[in-house]
Design a protein around this ligand. Structure first.
Ligand SMILES: [Zn+2]
Length: 579
């Protein structure tokens, strides 16, 4: 209403050029019998209107208000939990709403200066409706890592996220208002009309400052104590995410030289037997859902019967997403210093092992190796031409097929990395063959909001049963090769998963607010009779805190590599038998 009062007189010149051209067409029709050439012109005109048409400030303000009210439910939900209405925070809550409105309006108007006001409004409505579905439904935060995940998501994964809820949300809160904006009659294309966004930026910033100014003390403690709340502002925070992602992409120089991480790496000649290590990089497995770690349900029926499996109970992940954790666990940068640029700057432990003469093979049934295996042999097992065990999707077990002949025919020190599909959500029910549906009823949709916590947990735990089976089969393969090789297996998950606790789902939350469910991961060590691992001595460490930082040292120790690449860490995770 305020905007109406201030700007109505400025925009009362709104009129329809479309109607004008239609009128022209009519008058020509009286003179000319043929008027077919008007249709393409009208289409071109409509396209032009959509692309470069201005939009009055009141409509820009309407779009910003729409997004604040309908696309920020998670933000206001968290805000109300911290500042309940009943405790007299009415004025403060109102001020936060005005602040958010001012910022969204300013952001929209900045975009409007770049790509035209009408297109900017449509982009804002569509993007906000989609982003808010995931933020409201799953607690997803769109930081630079999540934006990277989005860009790296493959078509099949994206299809799993499609749901009726997403479609309805996009239709009601995005498509319909966007269509309304697109169909608005065009205001006069004057300089004044094109200056509306600039005015909007001033008003947006002014409103934001006006909201904060009378209560600076309350706001400063709000920004300090509730820093995490800004993660949930749509689309404010996702703009930071996109900017952070683009900054990372643009800073990667294609010709950059990747620095070696060791000046020397070799396996001493007194190590006569070949080492064979299988490293399984798990997906989305939670430590507290492994019965090996005390979970009440038997999710490790096969591994639980193996006394030579050691489960490390206090293991934390480097990140909460595959894109961070996978490169980080192979990197010589510790979690505290790891950033994704380092993938393109320095070599990882696989490079050191290859340099020392180990045959490294990476088989992937997930999205990719995240550039970890760029310089070693890589095979994509989501490809049905390669993976011989596929039904609704290609199964992790397929990665074991054909390994035996490679082990027999070309003996050498070998590291086989198997990157699992594991328990990747939200469609946990797709992650296991039908025979593994032991916990019932299991959620049968990727729309987690339609399932109870128990149903989601059942489907998730069934996927862990399949992982238990897969690891057991990998151990069987190693057992068959104990005569020829010194065999060991490491299993570690990349990150955990929220299954609906505190309204959070999936993974990928920033460190600051990530719950333990997303960072506490299982790590298993198995050593065969011929293994170099001193299982008795190693077992003593199983309840000490370790993290993904320890993996490079573990791999170097297993192959007994002499190198200066070892990381300086407080405790070794595994003990090696003296030769
Ligand atoms: Zn992952």
């Amino acid at each position: 209403m305020i905007f109406d009062a201030i700007f109505d007189d400025m925009f009362d010149e709104i009129f329809g050029h479309l109607d004008e051209s239609r009128a022209c067409g009519d008058s020509r029709a009286l003179l000319m019998p043929v008027q077919l050439d008007l249709k393409p012109n009208r289409r071109k005109y409509t396209m032009l209107k959509l692309l470069i048409g201005p939009l009055s400030l009141k409509w820009l303000a309407f779009c910003a208000l729409w997004v604040v009210v309908f696309c920020n439910r998670a933000f206001f939900g968290h805000l109300l939990a911290s500042y309940p209405l009943a405790e007299g925070h009415v004025y403060f809550l109102g001020a936060v709403a005005v602040l958010l409105f001012g910022l969204v309006l300013a952001e929209l108007c900045i975009l409007a200066l770049v790509i035209s006001a009408r297109l900017a409004a449509i982009v804002l409505l569509l993007a906000s409706s989609l982003l808010s579905f995931f933020t409201d439904q799953y607690g997803t935060v769109f930081d630079s890592v999540m934006v990277q995940n989005l860009f790296e998501t493959q078509a099949a994964e994206a299809m799993n996220l499609m749901s009726l809820g997403l479609f309805l949300q996009a239709l009601i809160f995005g498509l319909l208002p966007a269509l309304g904006i697109a169909l608005l009659p065009l205001s006069k294309t004057s300089l004044r009309a094109h200056l509306q966004p600039a005015l909007g930026i001033g008003i947006g910033v002014g409103l934001a400052l006006a909201a904060i100014a009378p209560a600076t003390a309350t706001f400063s403690s709000f920004f300090r104590e509730h820093k995490a709340l800004h993660y949930f502002t749509t689309p404010i925070y996702s703009v930071y995410g996109v900017a952070g992602y683009l900054k990372g992409v643009l800073s990667v120089d294609g010709d950059r030289v990747i620095m070696p991480s060791s000046s020397y790496a070799y396996i001493p000649t007194n190590d006569h037997a070949y080492d064979l290590v299988v490293l399984i990089v798990g997906e989305t497995a939670r430590a507290d859902h492994f019965s090996l770690n005390g979970y009440a349900r038997n999710t490790n029926p096969k591994l639980g019967r193996r006394p030579d499996v050691i489960s490390f109970s206090q293991m934390t992940s480097c990140g909460t997403s595959t894109a961070v954790s996978v490169p980080c666990m192979f990197s010589y940068d510790k979690k505290s210093e790891f950033d994704q640029d380092s993938i393109f700057e320095s070599m990882n432990v696989l490079d050191t092992l290859a340099k020392a003469g180990v045959d490294v093979l990476w088989r992937d049934n997930n999205s990719s190796s995240k550039h970890v295996a760029d310089r070693v042999r890589y095979e994509n097992y989501r490809d049905r031409a390669l993976n011989t065990i596929c039904d609704v999707e290609c199964r992790d077990e397929g990665m074991l097929v054909g390994l035996q002949s490679w082990l027999t025919e070309a003996p050498n020190d070998k590291l086989i990395v198997l990157h699992q599909m594991g328990s990747h959500g939200p469609d946990y029910f797709h992650r296991y063959p039908a025979g593994f549906e032991q916990f019932q009823p299991a959620c049968q949709t990727s729309e987690l909001g339609d399932c109870s916590l128990d149903e989601i947990t059942n489907a998730y735990d069934n996927s862990l049963l399949y992982t238990d089976h897969f690891i057991d089969k990998a151990i069987q393969l190693l057992e068959q090769n104990q005569g020829q090789y010194e065999v060991s297996l490491i299993y570690v998950s990349d990150h955990g998963e929220s299954l609906g606790e505190q309204g959070l789902y999936l993974h990928g939350l920033p460190d600051l607010i990530a719950p333990e469910a997303q960072t506490h991961v299982p790590l298993l060590v198995w050593g065969g009779i011929s293994s170099d691992i001193d299982l008795g001595a190693t077992r003593k460490f199983k309840d000490l805190p370790f993290s993904h930082d320890d993996l490079p040292n573990v791999l170097l120790a297993l192959f007994e590599v002499e190198t200066d690449a070892f990381l300086d860490l407080p405790e070794p995770m595994i003990m090696i038998k003296p030769h």
